[in-house]
Design a protein. Structure first.
Length: 366
């Protein structure tokens, strides 16, 4: 079959991104303009500011992606764009840009679910020699600032992806960001907590951080209790924390989050009878998570795939790739494609569901 070349556009949150990728997953260009410095002033993403910055950046970013790929619009087979989930105003900027390009060139428009993009980013080949990623089916753990969930991934289509369990409250990355804010470490919190954790001793702060999620066999996550415990500890201290105390607390917090992520991912693989695990999303950059997931997998004969950092965090290459696969399957969308704040994947976990909802939704296949 002919290899297709697709432009991808991603503006769901605080990265303006564009990339050109082929249907056999070769990344020809991958441009990401982060807004982190702007939002850092506010300690988190401000939706209105995100939309405005996307509007400023989108045309130069798309142009750079085409230039770096040595591709003209006329050479493309289609235009893929993230249409869900994300901030409405932010998604709209990417969608309108993609529609304008699709309309003016007559190329097909393909909407992509951001979460499917993350789950398939492991297949991206950054260089012709790069390996092509795992065989289907696999367990996908998606851990980012907005999402934390486990999936059974049978193939690239929406209907091939089944949620096994998700967070009932905060996403893991959100917990890292909130704890970093409480400790005065700035935004985003993940990278700095990761660095500080490597310098600390978790046992010295073990009493502060409760174990995440009481029900060990559930595939759902909960991180808000850990965050609240850290907040209470910080508020109750008479004097500011020393650097060593902060390092110890980061080590204990990160250890607890990583433990929950690894334990439940391994449990999902066991329940589903699968021997391949893929970790993706920004938190997959965490050194503690990478090490513990890899060693837990090795112990159980489970292959663990963690894409390079550029494929873990938000990018448009994963969107272009999923778009190219949809296009190759004969799918496309109309110019009336609208954004949605929700994923198109079927959800089994209710946010804020509490113990009863959790029991109802444990192991949905049984
Ligand atoms: O996937 P991503 O770039 O954006 C979305 O949320 O979709 O993920 C960003 C999240 C942030 O919460 C950030 O703090 C977290 O990933 N993160 C990390 C690390 N690097 C980034 N969390 C833990 N350890 C890291 N090294
Ligand atoms: Zn993301």
């Amino acid at each position: 079959m002919r290899v297709l070349k697709v432009l991808g556009i991603e503006t769901s949150c605080d990265e303006t991104a564009a990339a050109v990728v082929t249907s056999d997953s070769l990344v020809l260009s991958d441009v990401v303009k982060s807004q982190i410095a702007i939002h850092a002033l506010y300690g988190g993403v401000v939706p209105e500011i995100a939309s405005r910055d996307h509007a400023r950046a989108i045309v130069p970013v798309v142009r750079e992606a085409l230039d770096r790929a040595g591709t003209r619009l006329a050479d493309l087979d289609g235009i893929a764009v993230t249409c869900r989930p994300g901030l409405s105003g932010a998604l709209l900027v990417g969608l309108q840009a993609a529609k304008g390009l699709a309309w003016s060139t007559g190329k097909p428009l393909i909407g992509v679910d951001h979460l499917v993009g993350h789950l398939l980013a492991v297949f991206l080949r950054r260089g012709a020699e790069a390996p092509a990623g795992p065989a289907y089916p696999f367990i996908g753990l998606l851990v980012s600032g907005g999402h934390t969930a486990l999936y059974r991934v049978e193939g690239p289509a929406l209907t091939d992806v089944r949620e096994l369990g998700a967070t009932r409250d905060d996403a893991a990355g959100e917990a890292f960001d909130k704890v970093a804010k409480l400790l005065g470490l700035g935004y985003p919190g993940g990278p700095v907590v990761d660095r500080r954790a490597a310098l600390g001793d978790a046992t010295r702060a073990r009493d502060v951080v409760p174990t995440s999620m009481a029900r060990r066999d559930s595939l759902e996550f909960s991180f808000s209790g850990i965050k609240t415990a850290v907040a209470r500890h910080v508020a109750n201290r008479p004097e500011p924390m020393s650097d060593d105390d902060i390092n110890d607390l980061c080590a204990a917090f990160q250890g607890t989050v990583v433990d929950a992520l690894v334990r439940k991912t391994m449990r999902a693989a066991e329940l589903e009878g699968l021997t391949r695990v893929v970790v993706s999303g920004g938190v997959a950059a965490n050194r503690g998570l990478r090490e513990r997931m890899t060693s837990a997998g090795a112990k159980r004969g489970i292959q663990v795939f963690i894409p390079p950092f550029a494929s873990c965090t938000d990018n448009a290459a994963m969107i272009a790739y999923v778009g190219a696969l949809r296009l190759a399957a004969g799918e496309r969308d109309g110019l009336d494609l609208a954004p949605s704040t929700r994923t198109a994947l079927l959800r089994v976990t209710r946010k804020g569901g509490g113990a009863r909802a959790s029991r109802e939704h444990d192991h949905p296949r049984k």
